[in-house]
Design a protein around this ligand. Structure first.
Ligand code: G3P
Length: 217
């Protein structure tokens, strides 16, 4: 499973990119607003820090204007993925862009029929929002399962990019189901490496190593 960072915070992205564990980045208008920075500048900067796909979302609601915005965003860097909303206009834009060789992430997907349409529109990625479904008392993971089954039934190449991930259990379930990508907040990525027994074990090893009085270097 690929890991994207769901963030527009360049410091956080840089720190995680340095680990070599990150395959891409997703942003959205809310994350851009949170960064307090200019949208185009932030995307350009992220694209220099990360080699993989960087999702930048159009903000128009009609296809004609989405396409104009997409042209601007595609001009920022080679690795920009255009993010479009899961509306009829977004799907139309997706089809036009992927026919033209662009990488497209269809976002705000909340059911399997929407995911089916995104695949038919040739989406590179489809972003189901797990956490926001959980918030409504609907099991977000069931959607990932349904999507995996439908996409496999027809050999759709669209990658399932699990989004709105809120905790480490979401990540594990996505990996078990076979999501292609998980876009994860930096704080959750860091938690994935944590286990109290790892900390305790390391503490013990360090204490015993100190007793030997040795040093590797
Ligand atoms: O990038 C979209 C997505 O991950 C949003 O997450 O936590 O705002 O539902 P959240």
């Amino acid at each position: 499973m690929k890991f994207f960072v769901d963030s527009a915070d360049i410091e956080e992205i840089g720190e995680l990119a340095d680990t070599g564990l990150i395959d891409g980045v997703t942003t959205n208008p809310s994350l851009i607003a949170k960064s307090g920075r200019n949208f185009l500048d932030v995307i350009k900067e992220i694209c220099t820090v990360v080699d993989g796909p960087v999702s930048a979302e159009v903000t128009a609601l009609d296809s004609a204007t989405m396409l104009k915005e997409a042209a601007v965003l595609r001009g920022l860097a080679e690795n920009v993925t255009i993010k479009v909303p899961l509306t009829m206009d977004g799907l139309k834009t997706c089809k036009a862009l992927t026919d033209d060789g662009a990488s497209v992430n269809v976002t705000l997907c909340f059911n399997a029929n929407q995911a089916l349409l995104a695949a038919k529109a040739g989406a590179t990625y489809i972003s189901p929002f797990i956490g926001r479904l959980d918030d409504m008392g609907i099991d977000g993971m069931e959607l990932i399962e349904e999507m995996r089954e439908i996409y496999d039934n027809y050999d759709f190449e669209t990658e399932i990019l699990a989004a709105s991930i809120r905790n480490i259990n979401h990540v594990k379930s996505c990996a078990l189901i076979g999501a292609d990508v998980a876009t994860v907040p930096g704080s959750v990525i860091k938690q994935l490496a944590k286990h109290p027994l790892t900390d305790k074990g390391l503490e013990g090893f360090m204490a015993d190593w100190a007793k030997t009085g040795q040093s590797i270097l």
